[in-house]
Design a protein around this ligand. Structure first.
Ligand SMILES: Nc1nc2c(ncn2[C@@H]2O[C@H](COP(=O)(O)OP(=O)(O)O)[C@@H](O)[C@H]2O)c(=O)[nH]1
Ligand SMILES: [Mg+2]
Length: 438
């Protein structure tokens, strides 16, 4: 990377703040600092109080720290400037850096991308870092940290090494075509591969806990128009996120709010009331509601308490083991409800706390586990399943070369997960999801 241009960016969040940190990475980083201070670059890893000037005008006074390559975040020479978090100061500094030879503003995630390319971290660890920055709840955070610290990479590296070991054993026989492979060797190899497969199967059958923890657990509120769905969403969120109206068909699109329940990120989704309609837009809303219902981790199926004990047939069809049946408007109830149903009133607040407790109980029983998942993104799941399929094929009765090829492909898939194998096509996707300055 030594020929690459030197990049710079604001590393802290844009806007007014007490202190802002600017980062410069690349071989011109020390020169850039010297140009701003008119002094030689300070010794590495020392905080120096400096005056930063441009064109003879003082821009700010602050702290400069130099991290000498390769002992830096990116593995390149890095300079960090801690300055006053003033829009004017930051603007002037960025402009000054932009005028210097060999320097340009960083793209989103470019610092981390360089860290990856310079072997400072693998791809999973980089993804873990992105997840840590995005983490909003404690459980999201600990999953991200675990990934960032290489605990998941270790698992995948272990899998890949076993595949390569078995491959090497088999390949040894290709080189000596005159020798028959002893049955015992083949049986041993098949046994190893089956063990590997079982291990991978266990990881794949994790109930998508890692992905849910990263992206949020979906709780979808469903029911007929006017059942009280939007009112419930608003009570849960504590604000008027959705429009509440006695006019049926008011909610037409999906409305999401994000909550932290027992450290889990939960997305509550309000939907359009389910009914037959001739209105195009409402019909699309109903289609989206049903589509989202299928992807829900938990469905709250609401029945209008004003018409209890009658319940509408379309909503009844949505009841399954992922659903909680909720009778709304309990303040209007005239007949007692049966115990298998929750009853709530968004007017009086009755039953809402108990409903949230039930949601929490279900989330904990489904998503908490002794074992922490190894898959946190769809990317990992797809590659791990593909590797599993190649192992399956490698077990077939077929020429040795073909067996070896399947094992090689399996190892390649796993290598792509951690980025051991260069995966140029996915780098843009992964790093562009970072913010600028990371
Ligand atoms: N009495 C009573 N009325 C409610 C309650 N919850 C909602 N409503 C009313 O029922 C109507 C429909 O509510 P809304 O939340 O828009 O239902 P949605 O169509 O399912 O989203 C509105 O007029 C609300 O004020 C409740 O707990 N008690
Ligand atoms: Mg509504």
């Amino acid at each position: 990377m030594s020929d690459a241009q030197t990049i710079f960016a604001l590393a802290t969040a844009p806007g007014k703040s007490g202190v802002a940190v600017l980062r410069i990475s690349g071989r011109h980083a020390t020169q850039a600092l010297s140009a701003l201070t008119a002094l030689p670059c300070p010794a590495p890893r020392r905080a120096d109080y400096v005056t930063l000037s441009h064109n003879g005008v003082v821009v700010d006074r602050g702290i400069a720290i130099y991290f000498k390559a390769p002992h830096s975040f990116t593995g390149e020479d890095v300079v960090e400037l801690q300055v006053h978090g003033s829009l004017a100061v930051i603007g002037e500094l960025l402009r000054a850096l932009g005028t210097m030879d060999g320097l340009r503003p960083a793209e989103p995630g470019e610092f981390t991308r360089r860290a990856y390319l310079n072997g400072k971290m693998d791809l999973m660890e980089a993804e873990g870092l992105a997840d840590l920055i995005d983490a909003e709840t404690t459980r999201q955070k600990s999953q991200a940290m675990r990934q960032m610290e290489g605990k998941l990479s270790k698992y995948y590296n272990g899998l890949r090494e076993s595949m390569i070991e078995n491959l090497a054993h088999l390949e040894a026989y290709i080189d000596f075509p005159d020798e028959e492979i002893p049955e015992s060797v083949l049986a041993q190899l098949s046994g190893n591969i089956i063990d590997l497969q079982n291990d991978m199967k266990k990881s794949l059958a994790d109930g998508a806990r890692g992905e849910r923890l990263r992206d949020g657990i979906n709780v979808v509120i469903l029911g007929a128009p006017n059942a009280g769905k939007s009112s419930l969403l608003n009570v849960i969120s504590g604000r008027e996120a959705a429009i509440v109206s006695h006019k049926a068909g008011t909610t037409r699109d999906l409305i999401e709010i994000h909550m932290d329940i027992a450290g889990y990120p939960v997305v509550f989704v309000d939907t359009a009331g389910i009914r037959e309609t001739t209105d195009d837009i409402e019909e699309e809303g109903v289609r989206r509601a049903l589509d989202r219902a299928q992807k829900a981790d938990i469905k709250l199926v609401l029945f209008d308490g004003a018409s209890w004990p009658q319940r509408d047939a379309q909503s009844l069809q949505l009841l399954d083991e992922n659903a909680i049946s909720v009778i709304t408007k309990s303040d209007l109830l005239t007949t007692k409800i049966t115990s298998e149903n929750h009853s709530i009133s968004t007017k009086t607040g009755e039953g809402v706390g108990a409903l949230l407790k039930e949601i929490e109980r279900r989330i904990i029983s489904r998503f908490s586990s002794e074992s922490t998942p190894f898959i946190t993104r769809n990317r990992h799941r797809a590659l791990l399943s593909e590797a599993h399929r190649h192992l399956e094929k490698s077990l077939r009765d077929q020429p040795l070369e073909l067996k070896c090829e399947e094992l090689r492909l399996a190892a390649l898939c796993v290598g792509k997960i951690t980025g051991k194998i260069q995966v140029d096509d996915v780098l843009d996707v992964i790093f562009s999801s970072f913010c600028i300055g990371k």
